[in-house]
Design a protein around this ligand. Structure first.
Ligand code: CA
Length: 292
């Protein structure tokens, strides 16, 4: 078992840091602080940070071919202009369910944006997984989801990996890139209770999965067969998501959270909510962009 260290690169003080994505064009890491409704832009070259106030909770974002970003917000999909900081709603999701919000999301290899929902009180089965197509249509892809979380696609675009944290598993689907359909759900990894709860994830260029473990203080690397191959250890308990970035996509950026820590735990984990960096010796893949 390979053990890898992570170092703090941005003392972001996020409550619920999440959804890191590397924007190659600007050489910057974007991530969200969900319940504060903030998108952060971090430039590791000079250490600068810009904060965008979205005005509502924001679960995830992805770059677009047009140069802006698509967002999964509390009540639907929106676009963020990173120059002006302006936010423009584009589609409502679950407008009839004010107790739900959107959570993690990512673009598929054909440029559709997938993002799911969860109940604010996390009750079982209240969420769903949605697909926003480039033409603006929203499709419901899965129902009976508890906490819709990490997702990514294999390099050959034939498999979609997905985490519903309520199931404590990483699942795989057959994926059809032409139609955007998913089928044949099966469990790839079942995470033991002592290791935490699977949250966000990313795939590397070798087709292995890097899974952030909420409550587990770690990121696990699993092979495409589901075997545990490496562990990144962090000095904070709530590890939320990860994404490759930097030069040649060799830097694994990891977001974390302080929310739900007691006062004592916050004192013991002063960098909870920070962004950490590991260099595991493998490369990531460029983020897929929204094609609309
Ligand atoms: Ca998450």
């Amino acid at each position: 078992m390979t053990e890898i260290d992570a170092v703090l690169v941005l003392d972001a003080r996020a409550e619920l840091g999440e959804g890191p994505v590397w924007d190659e064009r600007g050489g910057a890491l974007y991530f969200v602080d969900i319940m504060r409704g903030r998108v952060n832009r971090f430039d590791p070259a000079d250490g600068s940070r810009r904060v965008y106030d979205i005005g509502v909770a924001v679960g995830a974002l992805a770059p677009t071919d047009a140069g802006d970003f698509v967002l999964a917000t509390a009540d639907g999909f929106a676009r963020l202009d990173p120059i002006a900081g302006a936010v423009r709603p584009i589609a409502k999701v679950e407008a009839d369910r004010p107790g739900n919000r959107m959570n993690d999301g990512k673009c598929d290899p054909a440029g559709r944006f997938w993002a799911g929902t969860m109940a604010l009180d996390e009750h079982a089965g209240a969420g769903a997984l949605y697909r926003l197509d480039p033409d603006g249509a929203v499709h419901t892809m899965l129902r009976d989801v508890t906490i819709s979380n990490g997702l990514d696609w294999s390099g050959d675009a034939r498999t979609m990996y997905y985490i519903d944290s309520g199931r404590r598993s990483v699942d795989a689907f057959d994926f059809d890139a032409a139609s955007g359909s998913i089928a044949n759900r099966r469990t790839l990894v079942r995470v033991a209770e002592r290791d935490g709860v699977p949250d966000g994830m990313t795939l590397d260029a070798d087709g292995c999965l890097w899974v952030a473990l909420w409550g587990g203080g770690a990121v696990h690397r699993y092979g495409p067969d589901g075997a545990l191959e490496a562990i990144v250890r962090l000095p904070v308990q709530h590890v939320t998501c990860c994404a490759f970035g930097g030069c040649e996509l060799r830097d694994l950026y990891i977001t974390t959270a302080a929310i739900k820590l007691s006062d004592r735990e916050r004192a013991e984990q002063p960098h909870a909510g920070g962004v950490f960096l590991a260099r595991p010796g493998v490369r990531g893949r460029p983020a897929n962009r929204f094609n609309g």
